[in-house]
Design a protein around this ligand. Sequence first.
Ligand code: FE2
Length: 203
Amino acid sequence: MAPRHELPPLPYGAADLDPYVSSRTVDFHYGKHHRTYVDNTNKLIADSPLAELELEELIRQSAGHPERAGIFNNAAQVWNHTFYWNSMRPKGGGTPSGDLKARVEQAFGSFEAFSKEFATQATTLFGSGWCWLVAEGGTIKIVRTSNADTPIVRGQLPLLTVDVWEHAYYLDFQNRRADYVAQWLSSLANWEFAAGNLARASR
Ligand code: FE2
């Protein structure tokens, strides 16, 4: 039987985010880490009723169940990483426009203030995890999750995320997470993707 979950194709070439996220990092991060989360998810749910569930439903039905921690961790990491690859684009960065620009200014005062806060939160997250821009209750906010945890099980709608696990930046920046986050914001962040997610939330 074919695996239930698959590694989605990257939305760009493996070398297209170079030099901020190098092709070597993509080879490991996408080709090994992300693929392993997919493979582990399929192994863990094989021959169980959970094998029938779509990925987001599998994550929701595993969250908060200690006996399903392994399934949650791997399935959520599949989802988080796919969202992360889409949160970047070659020649990204810049500033959001339209409704998202207005929402950022409403929530943070200015895009510069948002960027500063996002960079601080992403850089100071202790250990492994994710920094997100999410929509919740009619506003947008920055939230952080540790390890595999994901806003989709907290009633929040993710707009954009940066992976701050060391495997995301160590080959390119070694221990300099602040430099990775700064370059991520200025050169990779995909504001069109974030705007599209916000538009879906507003419908
Ligand atoms: Fe990662």
